[in-house]
Each structure stands twice: as structure tokens, then as C-alpha cells.
Design a binder for this molecule. Structure first.
Ligand code: GUN
Length: 294
């Protein structure tokens, strides 16, 4: 079975848009997401443009704040402080990565956790680890939504996460071991120092590949019948596309897919779900369902 993230993301956004119409009909203003974009990195430009487009699809307001790549830490912190105290903004994100003169962690920690719809603030990450209500970051939540919408059994299953990044591997492991559905998995996290990697990945009922090495997962690493979720998003040059590049996943799709009971492709798998998750968090920020409105 092919896990169609594009289709599920469209469904989730349509459900959000229906909620927004109800909210507005009962006298509330629409949810409002702001994004800070620094510089002109191609991938970041695309991601942010897609986020703004998704806001329109969901009936949200959106505000894009741009800075040149020579922006100072102080100027960014000032902008964040303005968004933190602006009651018209329900949530906002600072698109990463940031230029080298900026302390990325200090920027993330300056965001009011109640408006941190990316779920990157240590309070949200910590609350996720504790199983408390929080904004779950976009990629783990997108993966969980895919498992849920496809009715994939997770309870008691061995989930192997390849990669321990702060935005994917770590929070995905935390989410899938929670006492809920999707969750209740037995989770193993593999990383660059893992020994006997292939033996471990072959034990996975659910294999989540998030290492950023294109086509890393080969058939001999996968147990027949496994569910494989590919989080890779490596851009490699291509003569066949308009843009001059093509997106590659961490899974060698053509050789691995025949083995799987379900697999998510790249593109069209987890990617579109991350944007839908951000919209979901922004809706929750607007309604005060995670943290009460002040
Ligand atoms: N860069 C890559 N993914 C993300 C994301 O989900 N949020 C932000 N803010 N930056 C990113």
C-alpha cells in the first residue's frame, strides 16, 4: 500500500478550513500565523511559500516577515518580542536554518512557547517527552497522522527510528512511545554510532528513516511486511526537472517498496503532512485548546 501524504494533507486542511468557517461564523477572527524568513535559501523560500499557501487554503491569515541574511541577533529578537506580545498573532515560526551569526537555539527559546506552533521550544519538547499537552512539531505529528489515517496498528509494535535530530528523530521517538494511539510502540533509536544497524532495522515493524542520506535504506535492512516511513528530503541536481533538482528520500524506494505492507514515497509522503500539521497547531493556538488564551 502506498501512503499518500498529499491526499491525507488535503483532507486535514479541508477539515481545518471547515473548523475555521465555524469559528468565523460564530464571531471569532480567523487564525493568524506569522513566519519569519531570513535570507533567500531556495529550500526555505519554497517551504515558507507553501506554508503561506496552506494558510489561504485553511482560511487563516498569514504574515510573512523577511530579513536579509546579514540580520543581527538583536533585530531578530526584537521581531520575536513584537510577535510574542501581538494579540492578533496566534502562532509564529522562524524558518530554519539561520545564518551563522545567529544563535539558533537562543532564537527558538525567545519564542513564547504558547505561540511556538513549530513545537521547537524546550518547553514544548519537554512536555512532549512527559506526555503533556503541547505543540508537537510538524514532522512527528505528520507521521503520526499518516499512521492514524491509514489505520496502521502501532500498539506493541517495534518502531525503529533512524536518526536522532531535534526536529525529527528525537520527537518522533517520544511521540510513538506515548501511551496512546498512534503510539504504545517499543521504540529503538539508531544513529551514526549504532552498531549492527541492519540487524536492528530488520526487527522493525515500523521503520522511520530520517537520517538525510538519500537511498540509505536497502531491501536487506527491511523485514518483509514492515511499514516504512521515509522522512528524507535531499535535493540532488537533475537534468529532468524544471527546477534543476529532484527530491530524494532516505529509502531506496524501488527496491524496498515490494517488501513493505505500506510505504510513504518522497515526494508526496511526509512532506505535505508537515505543512498540514503546522496548520493544525495554528488552529489549536487560535482556539486555545493546548494552552489557554491569555
Ligand atoms: N526548517 C526545516 N523544517 C522546518 C520546520 O518545520 N520549521 C522551521 N521553522 N524551519 C524548518
Amino acid at each position: 500500500m502506498l501512503i499518500d501524504g498529499k491526499k491525507i494533507a488535503a483532507e486535514v486542511k479541508a477539515e481545518i478550513a471547515a473548523r475555521v468557517r465555524q469559528l468565523v461564523a460564530s464571531g471569532n477572527r480567523p487564525p493568524h500565523l506569522a513566519a519569519i524568513l531570513v535570507g533567500h535559501d531556495g529550500a526555505s523560500e519554497t517551504y515558507v511559500a507553501n506554508k503561506v499557501k496552506a494558510c489561504h487554503e485553511c482560511g487563516f491569515r498569514s504574515t510573512l516577515i523577511r530579513f536579509d541574511s546579514d540580520v543581527t541577533q538583536t533585530a531578530l529578537l526584537d521581531a520575536i518580542s513584537g510577535l510574542n506580545s501581538n494579540p492578533d498573532i496566534d502562532g509564529f515560526i522562524v524558518q530554519l536554518p539561520l545564518p551563522p551569526q545567529i544563535d539558533e537555539q537562543a532564537i527558538v527559546e525567545a519564542i513564547d512557547y504558547r505561540k511556538d506552533v513549530d513545537g521547537f521550544h524546550p518547553i514544548n519538547v519537554g512536555r512532549l517527552a512527559l506526555g503533556l499537552p503541547c505543540y508537537v512539531s510538524a514532522t512527528p505529528q505528520g507521521i503520526a497522522l499518516l499512521l492514524e489515517r491509514y489505520g496502521i496498528a502501532t500498539e506493541g509494535k517495534h518502531c525503529v527510528v533512524l536518526g536522532r535530530s531535534n526536529i525529527v528523530g528525537r520527537p518522533t521517538a517520544a511521540l510513538l512511545m506515548q501511551k496512546s494511539y498512534p503510539g504504545n510502540c517499543t521504540v529503538t533509536v539508531c544513529h551514526s554510532a549504532t552498531e549492527h544497524l541492519e540487524q536492528i532495522t530488520r526487527m522493525a515493524d515500523i521503520l522511520i528513516a530520517a537520517i538525510g542520506v538519500p537511498h540509505f535504506v536497502k531491501p536487506e535492512m527491511v523485514k518483509p511486511g514492515a511499514v516504512v516511513i521515509d522522512v528524507g528530503t535531499t535535493r540532488l541536481p537533475s537534468k529532468l526537472t524544471h527546477s534543476g533538482w529532484k527530491l530524494h528520500g532516505d529509502v531506496d524506494f524501488d527496491s524496498v517498496a515490494p517488501l513493505c505492507s505500506a510505504i510513504s514515497p518522497v515526494p508526496g509522503g511526509v512532506g505535505p503532512m508537515t505543512i498540514a500539521s503546522l496548520m493544525l497547531n495554528t488552529l489549536l493556538a487560535a482556539t486555545g485548546e493546548v494552552y489557554p488564551k491569555r
